[in-house]
Ligand binder design. Structure first.
Ligand SMILES: Nc1ncnc2c1ncn2[C@@H]1O[C@H](COP(=O)(O)OP(=O)(O)OP(=O)(O)O)[C@@H](O)[C@H]1O
Length: 239
């Protein structure tokens, strides 16, 4: 996969014209899993600086929607478009996806795991890879476990390691599927702070969650067996 450091992060927010700011627009999305239509005719917009939280009961389609936005599932109809200062990069090059499975490689140490992600996702950056890895370990309280085999970490430590990849490569779109699962209260607060910082830097976050993440003024898109609750610019139905 070709990777680039997004120019988004190299440009001071205040110098970005309104039209240059990142926007993700999903238009009339219909998505099937197996033989079932899980999402039907869903339209929504997510903007730079905003967190859109996907809520709804088990099976409502939150993971399906996040994986569709990430490009892992092709919608049956409808499309997802990016606007703003993204050049010719597609969403795969602009997003971090942290899913249910932490993506942690058990036979590598915590540090090696992040070095892998830094190299895989990295592209150009103003900071050396080792520095990014150390800073990410530090931010998630994992410096003392840097040389520990990741397979031996606790569930919450593994989750923190999976999330630490958000910090080893700068990408404007964070797609997070139940990011607080297994996290203790302190780690949940820490994650909320990192998300707020990302939003303040004109990042865009879409997160599936059953719990409030402790964010300031998120937008909500509730998926469910009936038409989703519309807040802001979302409309359509998840079946
Ligand atoms: N690979 C698959 N093949 C067929 N059906 C699937 C597949 N993955 C998910 N589904 C179905 O799609 C529907 C939506 O699942 P999804 O995982 O998106 O829900 P969710 O809202 O994230 O649920 P939860 O809150 O339990 O995580 C469910 O009915 C599920 O059974």
């Amino acid at each position: 996969m070709q990777t680039h450091a997004p120019s988004f992060h190299k440009t001071a927010c205040s110098t970005l014209k309104r039209d240059d700011r990142l926007q993700l627009h999903a238009d009339n999305l219909t998505v099937e899993r197996g033989t079932r239509t899980v999402i039907a005719n869903l339209t929504f917009t997510a903007n730079a600086g905003e967190a859109l939280l996907l809520t709804g009961p088990n099976g409502a389609g939150k993971t399906t929607l996040i994986r569709t936005v990430a490009g892992f599932i092709a919608p049956v109809s409808g499309k997802i478009a990016l606007k703003g200062d993204v050049g010719d990069r597609d969403i795969a090059e602009l997003c971090h996806y942290v899913g249910h499975l932490t993506g942690v490689k058990a036979n590598l140490t915590a540090e090696q795991n992040l070095a892998f992600w830094a190299e895989y996702l990295g592209g150009e950056t103003t900071r050396a890879m080792a520095e990014r890895v150390d800073d990410a370990l530090d931010a998630f309280g994992l410096l003392g476990l840097a040389d520990y085999p990741a397979g031996l970490l606790s569930a919450g430590q593994k989750r923190r390691l999976g999330l630490a990849r958000l910090l080893v490569a700068e990408r404007p779109i964070w797609l997070l599927d139940e990011p607080t699962v297994s996290l203790d209260a302190a780690s949940t607060t820490l994650l909320a702070g990192l998300i707020q910082r990302h939003l303040a830097n004109d990042g865009l976050v879409i997160a599936a969650t059953h719990l409030p993440l402790g964010l300031e003024q998120p937008s909500y898109l509730r998926l469910g067996p009936t038409a989703p609750t519309v807040e802001g610019s979302a409309q359509g139905a998840a079946l």
